[in-house]
Design a protein around this ligand. Structure first.
Ligand code: ADP
Ligand code: G6P
Length: 475
């Protein structure tokens, strides 16, 4: 196999799962990275290298390249200790909390770092084997920040792009990392480093200048070997037309009716949809809703909160604690405010199929997206894309990347519970004309800046680097 476009990400778009009857199968993997990249892979006929979400199970066949639903996929093996130290440890116990404003406390362990280096090398070596001469390799996200440099050493002919799906933090936070210099140098192996927002790109360039000592000018870094690295913002998006089509499907309207009936035909449905992650502010939003019931500003007879939480990183302690906290809160709120057949909060701890997700988006009068920090938040964009009638209200944290584009949402500070409560009530009671004006503008934004435009912009910038005379000289 030899690929002209290789996508390298920690997760494959599908996870290897064991079915109830013991047989093996594949299921769509969780998270926004997969939602965004799947249509890009299909449109560009690329090959995707990634981990199938299981600790190595001795079943070597499972690691052969294969095709799933038209996608060319190449699995990478992680053993149980690598899952613990590289994935749960350094990626999600160290980098994730630091890059998300220290919403949780990061841990620093030298063995975790060693596993991170080892696994990054494995990804780089596999990519080096698979990439055709002068191919484009697009490396994704915080789990693989060392891959660009490792890959460049192995294959200087390649055009290498890197995209960070999560925020890139300011120096005060980044500098806590004992391995900060190695991470910056790892990223500098790419020709183009992409971020969600201009602030992330600026943080990166400043750190490179101050800590690695390279010359920089605006968004360019000049390396001593003559190479130039560009750092720029490319806000990610969704397949907007795909979501519109899904939402317009025959089954969806009927399902919306069923859902409303099953919830007791309340006047207002509030909806939260997230991976069960402490960055998402799920607890705070449910508390805000429950206080509104307590204060009598909302009544369980006409308002319900539907929260769908996808299980995520369940062996990491902070995720376990969060799940317990949320489930305790849901139990208490339902005990205090629910009636028979009318819960205050309808809570699902599950992944739901895409059609059902579209029906939930269409059924929800108020979409509540309240992360403390989020690279983009695709759920907000998916909701907007599914509001075919230009109605519905979006309450959105100003700390989600999406807030830069979706300015017509009710923007809130998730640390300010009173502010969040007022926004929930205002959004629920808004005048239909106001709702329609806001939603029309947001739909236009999401349609114009869809995931195809995002990928095209990134890949065009990357090939223009290949075309520059300076780089030709180096190659
Ligand atoms: P993150 O990447 O941090 O998980 P995003 O909001 O960017 O956050 O992306 C989440 C993706 O996961 C969206 O595409 C959303 O539709 C999907 N998703 C979230 N919750 C569920 C769920 N319960 N079942 C299925 N998909 C979900
Ligand atoms: C976010 C990250 C992705 C990650 C996804 C799901 O979107 O940016 O890199 O794949 O969450 O998390 P998981 O740990 O299950 O891969």
């Amino acid at each position: 196999m030899s690929a002209d476009l290789l996508i390298v990400a920690n997760r494959l778009p599908v996870d290897r799962v064991t079915e109830r009857d013991g047989s093996r199968g594949w299921r769509r993997s969780p998270g926004g990275l997969v939602t965004a990249l799947e249509p890009v892979l299909r449109a560009n006929d690329g090959t995707w290298v990634g981990w199938p979400g299981l600790a190595e199970d001795g079943d070597d066949e499972a690691y052969e390249p294969f095709e799933d639903d038209g996608m060319k996929l190449v699995p990478i093996k992680l053993d149980a200790s690598e899952v613990e130290e590289f994935y749960e440890g350094f990626s999600n116990g160290t980098v994730w909390p630091i890059y998300h404003d220290l919403v949780a406390k990061p841990e620093f362990h030298r063995e975790w770092w060693d596993a991170y280096v080892r696994v990054n090398r494995r990804f780089a070596e596999r990519a080096a084997e698979l990439a055709a001469e002068n191919a484009t390799v697009w490396v994704h996200d915080y789990q693989l920040q060392l891959v660009p440099q490792m890959l460049r050493e192995l294959r200087p002919d390649l055009l290498i792009g890197f995209y960070l799906h999560i925020p890139f933090p300011p120096a005060e936070l980044f500098l806590q990392l004992p391995w900060r210099r190695q991470l910056l140098e790892g990223l500098l192996g790419a020709d183009l480093v992409g971020f969600q927002l201009p602030g992330g790109a600026a943080n990166f360039v400043r750190l490179v200048r101050q800590r690695v000592g390279h010359k920089t000018h605006k968004d360019l870094v000049y390396l001593p070997d003559g190479r130039t690295v560009k750092a720029a913002a490319f806000p990610i998006s969704i397949d907007a037309a795909g979501f519109e089509e899904l939402a317009a499907g025959d089954g969806v309207a009927a399902r919306v009716k069923q859902l409303r009936e099953a919830l007791g035909n309340p006047r207002r449905i509030f909806l939260g949809v997230d991976r069960l992650d402490y960055t998402k502010g799920i607890y705070a939003r449910l508390r805000a809703f429950s206080e509104l019931l307590e204060d009598g500003r909302l009544d369980v007879e006409d308002a319900v909160f539907v929260q769908v939480a996808v299980p995520s990183r369940e062996r990491v302690e902070q995720y376990r604690i969060l799940r317990d906290d949320i489930e305790r809160l849901v139990g208490r709120v339902n005990g205090d405010h629910g009636r028979i057949g009318r819960p205050a909060i309808s809570y699902l701890h599950n992944s739901v199929p895409r059609e059902e997700m579209a029906a939930l988006y269409r059924a929800a009068d108020v979409m509540v997206v309240t992360p403390y920090r989020d690279g983009m938040n695709l759920v907000a964009k998916e909701y907007v894309a599914c509001r075919l009638d230009d109605d519905g209200a979006l309450v959105l944290s100003e700390f989600a990347g999406a807030a830069d584009e979706l300015r017509q949402a009710w923007l809130i500070n998730p640390y300010d519970i009173n502010g969040m409560k007022s926004a929930l009530v205002e959004a629920a009671e808004a005048d239909p004309k106001d709702l329609s004006r806001r939603m029309r503008a947001m739909r236009k934004t999401v349609r114009q800046h869809d995931v195809r435009a995002w990928a095209d912009a990134f890949l065009a910038e990357l090939s223009s680097i290949a075309g520059s005379s300076h780089d030709k000289q180096v190659r």
